[in-house]
Design a protein around this ligand. Structure first.
Ligand SMILES: Cc1cc2nc3c(=O)[nH]c(=O)nc-3n(C[C@H](O)[C@H](O)[C@H](O)COP(=O)(O)OP(=O)(O)OC[C@H]3O[C@@H](n4cnc5c(N)ncnc54)[C@H](O)[C@@H]3O)c2cc1C
Length: 414
């Protein structure tokens, strides 16, 4: 309502799929008449890491270097929007967040897009490009020197990693152990699991289903390289290997919500997982705070939504809803005396996120792959190899991410 050019502060925490999509779309508004709008993007890392491309980065040092894109290149030069390289430590209240360095940021709208963390180096743990590249290199060197490799977890990541390791090192013994009776996410068809087993077999990977590998408590990230014997708890089998890669153990870290939970007197997260509860509009499930959005892997939507492209779609929905709230004058009214009225008026303004795409592309090395597109499973077929090669295997869609970082060349020169 009215004065589009009023001062509006939007803080986006996390600059990966969900956060980057939201931040880009919102920052673009300042060129469309919303001249007082400022987006502050906060990320604990100096660079975005293209985790989707990890299976390729693991076996291809040149690609690994390219898979880190600097956040300093995210906003156009001269724009008022800002990147802050800090970790969010606390959401203090309905208008402030506090960062690890003690800095407090004011927000009219907040996007929490802190995603999740698989164990390093599958999701690199280091917070700079140098540290991340080093983590992957260490594992790659471990593979170079190994005779045998054990991969635990037969979801998409485990299957892709097994395929790329076996393609790169055809003489090494590669074993993939999965606790379920089929590979790949179970919301997809059996045909792609069968196809993956056939194609991994062609690459010499031994696939073992229905066995849960016991992960010793001292199994930190660093101990992935080194001879170990792990035990299958279901079968009693012993798996001996020189390198172990865990493609299991995804976690979210959302303790930063504790102060807000304390002041509201209510929990905002799922107790067991820590995932943040959201409404279908991707707003935080706290009716009095309609200006906080939670897109991407950190929210409690089903596991079938935990994909990069869906996190990106959610980031766009969150940004679209924030624009609708801005247009309705929400932030102005919320700061005023009658915030309850502002909250009541906000509800009809926003729209729901719909998960309408059903797609998975799973490369296993540069030549083989399985896919499911619009309920059609492409498993053991040659068409699947062709499709996955064309759409994913070459650069794992890194090219598409680069458009988010237009100032990369300038950032490298500085
Ligand atoms: C190895 C691997 C392969 C994958 N392959 C595919 C694939 O082929 N296709 C696909 O669609 N999906 C794939 N995924 C899943 C996909 O990567 C995730 O669904 C996606 O990254 C989720 O995006 P997000 O923005 O929600 O969170 P994330 O990508 O997890 O990003 C969260 C961001 O927030 C930052 N952050 C976290 N906590 C804080 C904090 N407290 N303060 C400040 N910053 C913080 C992090 O540094 C990070 O930049 C893969 C995942 C992995 C690990």
């Amino acid at each position: 309502m009215g004065d589009k050019n009023r001062e509006i502060s939007i803080v986006v925490i996390g600059g990966s799929y969900a956060g980057a999509a939201a931040a880009k779309r919102l920052a673009a508004l300042s060129k469309k008449g919303y001249s007082g709008l400022k987006v502050t993007l906060v990320d604990k890392s100096t660079h975005y890491f293209h985790a989707i491309g990890f299976p390729k980065a693991l076996v291809d040092a040149e690609y690994a270097e390219k898979a880190f894109l600097p956040f300093s290149a995210f906003f156009e030069a001269g724009s008022k929007h800002e990147f802050v390289n800090q970790k969010l430590s606390r959401v203090v209240d309905e208008h402030h967040v506090e960062l690890d360095n003690g800095q407090t940021l004011y927000y009219d709208y907040l996007v929490l897009a802190t995603g999740g963390q698989a164990p390093g180096p599958i999701n690199v743990v280091g917070r700079t490009k140098e540290e991340g590249v080093q983590e992957i290199k260490q594992l790659r060197q471990g593979l170079d020197n190994a005779n045998s490799v054990l991969i635990v977890g037969g979801g998409a990541v485990g299957v892709e990693v097994a395929g790329f390791v076996a393609s790169k090192y055809p003489t090494k013994k590669v074993t993939l152990v999965h606790s379920r009776n089929r590979l790949l996410p179970e919301n997809f068809r059996q045909g792609i699991s069968n196809g993956a087993i056939t194609k991994l077999g062609r690459l010499g990977v031994k696939v073992i289903l229905n066995d849960k590998v016991e992960i010793p408590s001292d199994f930190g990230y660093a101990s992935n390289v080194g001879h170990r014997v792990l035990r299958g708890t279901t079968s009693g089998n012993e798996y001996e290997s020189d390198v172990q890669i865990l493609a299991v153990g995804f976690k979210v870290y959302t303790e930063y919500l504790e102060p807000l939970e304390a002041s509201l007197g209510q929990s905002l997260r799922v107790e067991r997982s820590g995932a943040i509860r959201v409404l279908p509009t991707l707003q935080l499930d706290a009716p009095m705070l309609p200006h906080i959005f939670v897109p991407g892997d950190v929210n409690n939507l089903p596991v079938s939504t935990k994909f990069g492209f869906k996190a990106e779609m959610q980031g766009n929905t969150a940004a679209g809803n924030i624009k609708k709230l801005i247009d309705s004058g929400f932030d102005k009214a919320f700061k005023g005396k009658d915030s309850a009225k502002a909250v009541a008026a906000a509800a009809p303004a926003v729209g729901k996120w719909t998960d309408y795409i059903d797609l998975i592309l799973v490369p296993m090395g540069p030549d083989l792959g399985v896919a499911q597109v619009l309920k059609i499973a492409l498993g053991a077929s040659g068409i699947a190899n062709f499709l996955v090669r064309q759409m994913k295997s070459k650069d794992f869609m890194l090219g598409m991410r680069k458009s988010y970082f237009p100032m990369t060349k300038k950032a490298k020169r500085e």
